[in-house]
Ligand binder design. Structure first.
Ligand SMILES: O=C1CCCN[C@@H]1CCCn1cnc2cc(F)c(F)cc2c1=O
Ligand SMILES: [Mg+2]
Length: 461
């Protein structure tokens, strides 16, 4: 999927990864086009004074910004930043383009790369200094429109994770401390990795309120001729989503790819036998591949002569291909094929006449099974707690913790301070929209004050 690169935190995305990214992009791009998003491409570079436009938007991030300071041997008269995100690149032009309510809503999306020179341990897909993403930046006349779109996009992110990557996620709202500092509120879809007991943010959808409108003077004349400030959203998901899928489904044989994002969904392998008719077997494999491709199923043939069938089985299992079809002399004679599932290893012989129908059923079955299995594993990690001791025990037990919280930032900071350590501190992951019942009199696990809500807490990536 990747090749390591001679700059730390940078990776080469090879076809097995890029094809997954392209399948996700195909779905998401089609969906946002239904919402009238327009494609743009803004420059990679942003000047220092524009980037510094808003102190509290950038302040904590300054160490991550990568700068161009020279061209050839000569210094640039002023350093130029490489975009870590595009608010400051785009919004001066939103200000120029938006004059009247007729110019609203403005709906801009760009598929691009961004650079953030992180120093914590670089990890392929999960934390890299350059990554691919889409960033949506939308502008509305009213808060109601913005609020509605934030949730529409969040639902698309849930679909990317649950319907395509087969990764269960929780929709919720970030705390004031964890939200995007420049915005009004942040919603996110949160995943969880049982093996490491860490939460991971899958995607985020922010309502920026009118904060950036104030900063960049983005105003419009409404129907009554009054000048007012716009309401904005911004939202993104990144190539990190591929890493979450890998960690969620992988097993000791390697990758396990959900069919919806598998570049090859079915690999067909001829199983020659000493005196059997290899030409007929290969012909049967080729027609199986053809028939499946005609039906819109991503099938391929592995007829390499220099590898044994067994060697091929292992290789395609390692690459996570959902289904393997074996055709040998016996299968040929019985006009059947043997199909092997990657997710649970079951083998089934089906008549060649039923090929497309059965493969579709099996692929849907694998997709559903992967999500259900991941959901069960994730749910088994969720524990509700009510006291500090229970919280610490659950944290050390690598759990995803649902805790009653007073919603005070000081308490959130205090929990971080009290759980610092080489595994990283505990933090709020999100306050799930789906709130369990909170009996009156329930107190916050950390402060003892009246609890306002249930929130997910845990260590994170
Ligand atoms: O998360 C999104 C969705 C897509 C558009 N951007 C928002 C907020 C990004 C928050 N963020 C995140 N990381 C950053 C890193 C930087 F180096 C930097 F200068 C700024 C930022 C920064 O603003
Ligand atoms: Mg960051």
């Amino acid at each position: 999927m990747i090749e390591y690169y001679d700059i730390s935190g940078c990776y080469i995305l090879r076809p097995w990864a890029m094809e997954i990214w392209e399948l996700l992009k195909e779905f998401f791009d089609a969906e946002i086009k239904k919402l009238k998003l327009k494609p743009y491409y803004f420059p990679l570079f942003v000047t220092e004074n524009v980037l510094q436009k808003e102190k509290d938007h950038i302040e904590g991030f300054a160490p991550e910004v990568a700068w161009v300071t020279k061209s050839g041997k000569s210094d640039l008269e002023a350093p130029i930043a490489i975009r870590p995100t595009s608010e400051t690149v785009m919004y001066p032009y939103f200000s120029k383009w938006i004059r009247s309510h007729r110019d609203l809503p403005l709906k801009c999306n760009q598929w691009c790369n961004v650079v953030r020179w992180e120093f914590s341990n670089p990890t392929p897909f999960i934390r890299s200094r350059e990554f691919l993403w889409q960033e949506g930046h939308t502008v509305f006349a009213t808060k109601e429109e913005a609020d509605e779109e934030v949730l529409q996009i969040l639902e698309l992110y849930r679909r990317i994770y649950e319907e395509f990557l087969a990764v269960p996620v929780s929709k919720g709202r970030k705390s004031e401390m964890e939200k995007f500092a420049g915005g009004l509120y942040t919603t996110s879809v949160e995943a969880f990795i049982p093996n490491t007991g860490r939460g991971i943010q899958g995607a985020t959808s922010h309502c920026l309120g009118q904060n950036f409108a104030k900063m960049f003077d983005i105003t419009f004349e409404n129907e009554k001729g009054e000048r007012s400030m716009v309401w904005q959203n911004s939202w993104a998901y990144t190539t990190r989503s591929i890493g979450v899928m890998i960690m969620t489904h992988g097993d000791d044989k390697g990758l396990v790819l959900p069919p919806k994002v598998a570049p090859i969904q079915v690999i067909v392998i001829p199983v020659p036998f000493k005196d059997a008719d290899t030409t007929a077997i290969k012909g049967a494999c080729e027609s199986a591949v053809y028939t499946l491709n005609e039906a819109g199923i991503r099938a391929d043939l592995d007829a390499r002569e220099n590898y044994s069938p067994g060697w091929k089985y292992s290789q395609w299992e390692m690459k996570g291909v959902p289904l393997r079809i074996e055709i040998g002399p016996k299968d040929l004679a019985n006009k059947q094929v043997r199909i092997v599932r990657r997710d649970n290893g079951t083998k089934v012989d089906i008549p060649s006449t039923d090929l497309v129908e059965q493969v579709r059923v099996l692929l849907d079955g694998i997709q559903a099974n992967l999500l259900e299995t991941a959901k069960a594993k994730r749910d088994a990690c969720i524990v509700s707690i009510s006291t500090w001791d229970e919280f610490i025990a659950a944290l050390n037990d690598k759990k995803l913790i649902l805790a009653p919280w007073c919603d005070e930032e000081e308490v959130e900071k205090d929990v971080k301070a009290r759980t610092k350590g080489e595994l990283g501190a505990a933090k709020t992951l999100c306050t799930p929209f789906d709130q369990p019942d909170l009996p009156s009199g329930t107190v916050c696990f950390a402060s003892g004050k009246p609890a306002q809500k249930w929130s997910f807490w845990g260590r994170s990536y």
